[in-house]
Design a protein around this ligand. Structure first.
Ligand code: HEC
Length: 491
């Protein structure tokens, strides 16, 4: 997907000379261990990095000894007299509210977790594996380190919640009285999607290739300009879907994409490298799905503009697993006629990496290779969006996400400038839990003066092959994706 903007980037570099990159230490993240824009093979740092304990481990250890009664809601704990259990922590009074809040959204039938944690029986069956999973902060899955910044919808257990659960298990995991259970949390109201689009018929990726990239053109049904304010992409079969990117095809570029689709038999067309084949029109992102990501509400007051006559090119990356499986992924959108701020999804990487100038080389067996890059937003806006030069007004950065593959070990995203800020720090990268993280407070960012910084670490121990940038699962990437908004200055 980055190939086309890489080509444009190289053209532009010839005209304007090299980008000037500024190195400013990120105050909240650890300072970047290399000069942004320069590729450093940081083998020397490997020991220090590899030895860093997962953030949760130390606090978890120290809370094991903590008073098990901390964190109990004091007011509802009216003392009952039905037995010894009631003086110590109980399932209904102390543990269930935490399971309901932090576990049950995944641990319920028909959801992604392998077993349910909705009842006392279920929880006590799994008590022995729950303790190590929560103590080591494996569960709930929440990859961001705690020292960077705070996010909405943080799934992790607070230190207090962790102490309460461990204290409850320690005291014998008693059931207690169902009457003590607080009211279950209000379920979030479902998003009222008004548009549902899907791959028109099931598609079965070829078993002959490791990675099958296929794009499907979907008609945008609105006949007025509209703003997407909520979006979800639902992969049809998670076993074979590696990623989905929904690109917005503006009306004047539809014929080009349509020709690609018409030129290939069967539903969709092959689209390795991007949805527009060899041509390089601006390919704007509308949304994406990667393993572990959830989408839904877009940040309040913002929306992505879609013009009537547009199409969506849904780029599917399939990674077949040796048996014939078919997929029919869908995209749902909620639209509004107007919003306060117009929003953009910005993919940011070194545009030279996809064309190996410079190569994003990860040598064989290297335990810690660092690749880093920084750039201004207005530069990237010019590549991705047609209305070049319009977007110099101060922006707000609402959410950040990082995309790497299976050899990655850790990564960071930040803003460099007068007010540098840490945006995301993932100390233990897990391909299966890639999230889109919405900042608790949006960060103001100047498209011209500030830079976005990304830093990716890879562990290639035990692999005799060098790795380069590529879209295949065995290749690597270092891609930041940001959701930014700007005041609406045109109708
Ligand atoms: C966002 C979804 C999600 C949430 C929230 C979540 N889990 Fe899980 N859990 C999973 C999935 C999926 C697995 C299967 C293993 C995997 O994919 O990592 C799992 C596996 C587990 C396991 C087995 C781990 C192992 O060692 O094999 C335990 C125990 C567990 N979860 C406990 C919890 C508890 C306790 C909570 C809440 C405090 C919780 N989980 C919250 C999705 C979730």
């Amino acid at each position: 997907m980055l190939t086309s903007f890489a080509v444009r980037y190289v053209r532009r570099m010839k005209n304007t000379g090299p980008l000037v990159l500024v190195l400013v230490a990120l105050p909240a993240c650890n300072s970047p261990s290399g000069s942004p824009g320069a590729d450093t093979n940081a083998d020397a740092d490997a020991d220090a990095d590899a030895g860093t304990a997962p953030t949760g481990a130390t606090s978890a250890d120290s809370t094991t000894d903590a008073d098990p009664t901390t964190g109990q809601p004091p007011t509802t704990a009216t003392t009952t007299t039905t037995g010894g259990d009631e003086t110590g922590p109980t399932y209904y009074r102390d543990a269930k509210p935490i399971f309901d809040r932090k576990c049950v959204m995944c641990h319920q039938p028909e959801n992604i977790a392998p077993f349910s944690l909705q009842t006392y029986d279920e929880v006590s069956t799994f008590a022995q594996i729950i303790v190590p999973a929560i103590t080591n902060r494996i569960m709930p899955p929440w990859p961001p380190g705690a020292d960077c910044t705070s996010y909405k919808h943080d799934r992790s257990l607070t230190d207090e919640e962790l102490a309460t659960l461990l204290g409850w298990v320690d005291a014998g995991a008693h059931e207690g009285d169902p009457a003590d259970a607080p009211a279950p949390p209000e379920p979030e109201p479902p998003i009222a999607y008004d548009i549902e689009l899907g791959i028109p018929e099931p598609y079965t990726p070829s078993l002959d290739v490791n990675d099958d990239y296929r794009c499907f053109l979907l008609d945008w049904p609105k006949d007025q300009p509209s703003y997407v304010t909520g979006l979800t992409i639902e992969p049809g079969d998670r076993q074979i879907v590696h990623h989905v990117i929904a690109y917005l095809v503006p009306p004047d570029e539809v014929p080009l994409y349509q020709a690609l689709d018409d030129g290939d038999p069967g539903p969709g067309y092959p689209c390795f490298g991007g949805p527009s084949g060899e041509a390089t029109p601006k390919a704007q992102w509308l949304g994406a799905w990667v393993p572990g990501s959830a989408n839904g509400e877009l940040p309040e007051g913002t929306g992505i503009l879609v013009k009537p006559g547009s199409k969506i090119a849904l780029q599917m990356h399939y990674h077949p697993i040796g048996v014939e499986l078919s997929d029919q992924s869908t995209l749902k959108a909620r639209t509004a006629e107007d919003v306060e701020r117009i929003a953009f999804l910005l993919p940011i990487a070194n545009p030279g990496w996809p064309i190996n100038t410079p190569p994003m080389l990860i040598p064989p067996n290297a335990p810690d290779t660092l690749h880093a890059f920084a750039m201004n937003i207005d530069t990237i806006m010019g590549w991705v969006y047609a209305e070049e030069g319009l977007y110099t007004l101060p922006m707000l950065l609402h959410s950040a996400s990082l995309h790497m593959h299976t050899h990655a070990s850790s990564g960071k995203l930040g803003k460099l400038g007068v007010d540098s800020a840490c945006l995301l720090d993932v100390p233990r990268w897990d391909f299966n839990w890639q999230g889109i993280y919405e900042l608790e407070e949006p960060v103001p960012i100047s498209p011209t003066l500030d830079q976005i910084y990304l830093e990716c670490h890879y562990d290639n121990t035990g692999n005799e092959n060098a790795i380069l940038w590529g879209e295949g699962t065995e290749d690597e990437m270092c891609l930041g994706v940001f959701y930014v908004s700007t005041p609406k200055i045109f109708p």
